[in-house]
Design a protein around this ligand. Structure first.
Ligand code: AKG
Ligand code: FE2
Length: 313
């Protein structure tokens, strides 16, 4: 395990520019990030199942769940994709993934004498702090483009209290199975920073086509989330993405999700103002009742919503 993160990271933010409503390119070069964390995560996943299930609060171990609120509820894209944590399981659709969820501000509560767990806690804390700095810098860049009002700036839009890190393992599968590693969805976050190993499998919708996000060494992938779409007034679209399974190799990735504070009011002229907590609760309600995440549609301002419906007719 190494915690040799370079800070400040060698940002090349001039490589980010606005094109067709998206920040291009979506990957972001940094050095010395993540490889050792990925290795540690790999060791964690090789623990017996029971040990992983007993990891204990505030960590939680999950497997096969199509939807993990608040960040990654599955999004129905056409028939057959409308899955949620419960609906998905009921329909026999599971995500081919196991993972560990770590709410960053609660990590100090993890009391353990286990050396692997203490290294993990330490590593996650360092990782979270480092990624938090990167998220803040990225948000500054976005802010330069969007020119947000001062009161809406990062203090409230990027809350330390709601952020979390998720570590995933997508087991390989050589048989033809219909499962995805992770179903089609958008993240509910403001932004998500992904660190992936060299296996590949992440795909995003770009120009209406599924495009692989090929792993580049020492490169993080930045996904803009639903909250970014709102505050940018739809200038930046929340990335629609999924993860395919590799036939030969397990894939490991780490996601760092940054959200607004629960009670922060999110504003964007195409949406009615809402508190982040309201959004999160609505997603969970939809997943339980409708079977999938309806997402931002629910929060569009009335005029926007009826204009969109009229266009669709
Ligand atoms: O594993 C990945 O690369 C993507 C994970 C993801 O999309 C998510 O956690 O929301
Ligand atoms: Fe995601």
């Amino acid at each position: 395990m190494s915690l040799q993160y370079s800070y400040p990271p060698p940002f090349r933010h001039h490589t980010l520019h606005l094109q067709d409503g998206k920040l291009q390119p979506s990957s972001y070069p940094v050095s010395a990030v993540g490889l050792d964390d990925l290795e540690l995560a790999g060791r964690l996943f090789s623990l017996p199942f029971q040990a992983k299930e007993l990891l204990g609060s505030p960590l939680s171990y999950f497997w096969g769940t199509p939807v993990l609120t608040p960040s990654g509820a599955a999004l129905g894209l056409g028939l057959g994709h409308g899955v949620g944590p419960h609906a998905g399981a009921a329909a026999g659709r599971v995500n081919w993934v196991e993972g560990l969820n770590a709410p960053l501000c609660k990590l100090p509560e993890l009391k353990t004498k286990d050396p692997l767990l203490s290294s993990l806690r330490y590593c996650l804390q360092e990782y979270g702090t480092h990624m938090g700095r990167i998220a803040t810098s990225l948000f500054h860049i976005v802010d330069e483009v969007l020119n947000l009002q001062p009161k809406m700036k990062r203090g409230s839009y990027l809350s330390e209290s709601t952020g979390f890190v998720r570590v995933y393992r997508y087991p390989h599968c050589s048989q033809q199975i219909s499962h995805l590693g992770m179903d089609v969805h958008t993240d509910s976050s403001m932004l998500t920073i992904l660190c992936q190993d060299d296996v590949g499998g992440l795909k995003v919708i770009r120009d209406a086509n599924w495009t692989p996000v090929r792993p580049i060494p020492s490169t993080l992938v930045i996904n803009l989330g639903d909250m970014m779409q709102v505050v940018s007034n739809d200038k930046f679209k929340s990335a629609i993405h999924k993860v395919k399974i590799n036939e030969q190799k397990d894939r490991i990735s780490i996601g760092h999700f940054v959200f607004p504070g629960d009670d922060v009011v999110i504003q964007g002229s195409n949406y009615r103002p809402f508190k982040y907590k309201e959004f999160q609760d609505q997603v969970q309600r939809d997943v339980k009742t409708v079977g999938y995440k309806v997402g931002l549609q629910r929060f569009r301002s009335e005029t926007e919503f009826s204009e969109m419906n009229n266009k669709g007719k």
